[in-house]
Write a protein that binds this ligand. Structure first.
Ligand SMILES: [Zn+2]
Length: 255
């Protein structure tokens, strides 16, 4: 009898251990790296551009499986624009991507909180900030004037990016695209500037931040360098020039 109790106790401990390891796996999320996650998005976008979308599993089996828990492999912060739905343009199915959408793809506390939840509790290894051509929110900011109601809060948030773009671009017809690019980069930078949780996970190399701009006519997402990457490259080039000679600088001239 005692022997039986011991066996039962052992089984109990094993069950607890299994349950615990299950929890640990859950925290690890999608089980792929940030680079793999980005490659998966780029591949999906390629299929979308070519009109060769994969048959995504959105049936009841997948739905039932996901009811037990979600492990999205990427977080996407994009604009609410009806022409830029991330699930379509990256050709992903149920439970694949955690999407935060807001006009002008800006990052205020509510958007940051949503992203923090995904990276910290669901274990998503990648955050992609997605801007897009012809963004109405950025255009309203470029056009100026006083927007009605709460739209003013969005415009106010985008204004510093437009100011920065104006300082870089003199041609009026290029200002909107430059402002869209700047706004996307600024949002990507804000993720670590305004969220201690994201900053910590990025520093621990558990999360990567990428940025891209969606081309409205081709459907392609053009990946862009985030400010952090630019800074990293600049520092690297600086070291490079110091370590070698100024003669090598020409190789970066077209960059
Ligand atoms: Zn937009």
């Amino acid at each position: 009898m005692l022997r039986m109790k011991r066996i039962l106790a052992s089984i109990g401990i094993l069950a607890i251990l299994f349950a615990y390891s299950g929890m640990v796996f859950a925290a690890e999320g999608a089980g792929i790296s940030a680079d793999e996650a980005l490659a998966r998005l780029i591949d999906g976008n390629k299929r979308f551009v070519e009109g060769k979308q994969a048959q995504q599993d959105i049936g009841d089996a997948r739905r039932t499986e996901l009811a037990k828990g979600q492990h999205p492999f990427a977080v996407i912060l994009s604009c609410s624009d009806s022409r830029v739905p991330p699930e379509h343009i990256f050709d992903q199915g149920l439970g694949d991507i955690f999407v935060v959408r807001v006009a002008g793809n800006i990052a205020d506390p509510i958007e940051l909180g949503s992203i923090e939840y995904a990276v910290e509790h669901l274990g998503s290894p990648l955050i992609l900030v997605l801007g897009h051509q012809m963004c109405g929110a950025v255009k309203a900011t470029v056009d100026g004037g006083r927007p009605e109601g709460n739209i003013g809060s969005i415009v106010k948030k985008i204004a510093p990016s437009v100011k920065k773009a104006k300082a870089q671009v003199k041609e009026k017809d290029k200002l909107l695209d430059a402002a869209i690019l700047e706004n996307t980069k600024n949002t990507a930078a804000a993720l670590t500037q305004k969220s201690a949780i994201i900053k910590h996970l990025v520093e621990e190399k558990k999360v990567k931040i990428a940025a891209g701009v969606y081309n409205m006519t081709t459907g392609k997402v053009e990946m862009i360098e985030t400010a952090a990457e630019e800074k990293g490259h600049a520092a690297h080039e600086h070291e490079h020039v110091h370590a070698h000679s100024d003669a090598e600088q020409h190789s970066h001239a077209g960059h």
